[in-house]
Structures are given as C-alpha cells and as structure tokens.
Design a protein around this ligand. Structure first.
Ligand SMILES: Nc1ncnc2c1ncn2[C@@H]1O[C@H](COP(=O)(O)OP(=O)(O)O)[C@@H](O)[C@H]1O
Ligand SMILES: [Mg+2]
Length: 259
C-alpha cells in the first residue's frame, strides 16, 4: 500500500475535520477526493503529506508510520511525497527554472541549495527542462514565472513536484486557479503523468463530473467521513446527489460545527 489510514480522527479545537476515516490506496492508484468545502479534503491531504498528525488512529505512508520516525527519517519520507498546494506557492518574480529547482530543496541540503540558487549545474537545468517539457512548457524555462498564464503556472507547479521524483503526488484542488476550459487539461495531465511514471496520485476537487470522467476511483467525503468509495461506473445518482445536496446545505452546518 502507498497509503494506509485506519480509523483516523483529526480535530481543530472543537471542529471535527476527520472522523474514524479508513482508506487504503495502492501504489500507482489514481484517486479523486470529492466533496463540498469543509468536508475534510485538505486535512486528509495534509495528513498523507505528514504535515499534520491525527488525534486518533493509525496511518502509514509508503509503508512508514510518520509518528515513529526521527526528524531525519521524516525529512527523507517527505521528499518522496510531493504536494501541489491550492495556491501553487510559486515565487513570482524569478525564472521558471528557479521554481522547478525548488522541488529539490528537501533533498540536497542547505549548502548545495545556496550554490544552486546562484548557479544551477547543467544537469540540474537539464532535469528542470525535462519535467517542464513533460508538462508541455519546456520553452518557458527562462521566462519570469509571473509572466506566465494561470494554466502555465499550474504546469510549473506540476514540474516542480515531479522534479522531486516522488512516489506519491498530492494535489489540492488543482483546478481552482484555472478557467473551467483548462481544468480538464490539467487533470488529464496529472493522470497521464502519474500513469506513465507509476506515481500514486491523490487529487482533491469540487467537480464531480470531471472526477468521474478522469479517475478510476472516486472517494466522496462528507463531514470528515467516507460517503462513498467507488469507480465512476459503480457510482449511483443518489450518491452524487447526496453530495450535491450537501453542498447547498453546508453553510448552516458549517456554522453549527464551528460555534
Ligand atoms: N487549521 C485549521 N484550524 C481550524 N479549523 C480547521 C483548520 N483546518 C481545517 N479546519 C476545519 O476542518 C474542517 C475541514 O476542513 P478542510 O480539510 O480544509 O476541508 P476542505 O479542504 O474539504 O474544504 C472544516 O470545518 C475547517 O473549518
Ligand atoms: Mg481544502
């Protein structure tokens, strides 16, 4: 298993984000996490990314339990998990190459990082180009990052994640900063790269139709619990509707929960 979660609960103060959640994801699987705002998608991704510890339950990521690792081992595990954050986290006023090379920061240590930031080696530049090229924007390597379109910047963030050569790729609502026409392109890019590289992929998203079209496995979250875990063919209209209905009733519930 790439990811094993057993009866995980996670709270922030009195707000319950995840509740007795169990989920297994095999190596190379592609999973869409679906559900309305506040259902626990980001929390779940942060747990898998080992940025967050559960209050209860047991998890292993790439066969390791983060709670049992020393800081060095934890750092090493984290280099094997790449996360594309919701707001991308790119440095705007530097070359695209710089942002891609930042994907290696966890691996090479501080002295090499300082040298690299002034003078990247030809092989590092070559690898940055390779991953940019795989995302379709190799020719942008020397452009300023903030001169790129939103969709292109998203590709820079994907290239940065892949530069890290991870075993698991996580993306938190990666379609939220591109226009709807481009959302499908982005999801297809992530799923095809993950297939070709044998990467385990977990993507959170709002758009159930897009998830059904592009992912072999859909996990619906509701109030921090698994509402369904199915292939697009198995997924019933009722299951979809319950998620959609929830979306319209969420703001009230959300207040109740946080009060
Ligand atoms: N850092 C935090 N502090 C307090 N509450 C949080 C924090 N992160 C998430 N929550 C709460 O946990 C619940 C799940 O949030 P989140 O995982 O961000 O959901 P989603 O990503 O699906 O919108 C929400 O009620 C949210 O308000
Ligand atoms: Mg979120």
């Amino acid at each position: 298993m790439a990811i094993h979660l057993d009866q995980i609960s996670c709270s922030f103060g009195s707000t319950r984000a995840l509740h007795h959640l169990s989920l297994d994801i095999a190596v190379g699987e592609q999973v869409a996490l679906i559900g309305p705002s506040g259902c626990g998608k980001t929390t779940l991704l942060r747990l898998i990314g080992t940025q967050l510890r559960p209050n209860q339950g047991h998890l292993t990521v790439l066969d390791q339990n983060p709670a049992l690792l020393d800081p060095g081992q934890l750092r090493k595990l984290r280099t094997r998990i790449a996360m594309i954050p919701q707001h991308l986290g790119l440095v705007p006023n530097v070359q695209v190459r710089r942002n891609v090379l930042n994907g290696g920061l966890g691996t090479i240590g501080l002295p090499r990082t300082l040298v690299q930031s002034i003078l990247p080696s030809p092989s590092e530049t070559q690898r940055a180009f390779h991953w940019l090229d795989r995302t379709g924007i190799g020719e942008k390597i020397y452009d300023r990052t903030d001169s790129l379109s939103g969709g292109q910047q998203q590709r820079v963030a994907v290239a940065r994640a892949l530069y890290q050569e991870p075993g698991i790729l996580l993306a938190d609502e990666p379609t939220s900063s591109v226009d709807p026409a481009r959302a499908r392109d982005m999801i297809e890019l992530l799923t095809s790269l993950s297939r070709e590289e044998g990467l385990t992929l977990v993507v959170s998203m709002h758009d159930l139709d897009l998830a059904r079209a592009c992912f072999p496995r859909l996990v619906g979250l509701r109030h921090g619990e698994v509402a369904f875990d199915q292939s697009p063919d198995e997924l019933s209209e009722e299951a979809c509707q319950s998620l959609y209905q929830l979306e319209s009733s969420l703001p009230e519930h959300h207040h109740e929960q946080t009060d």
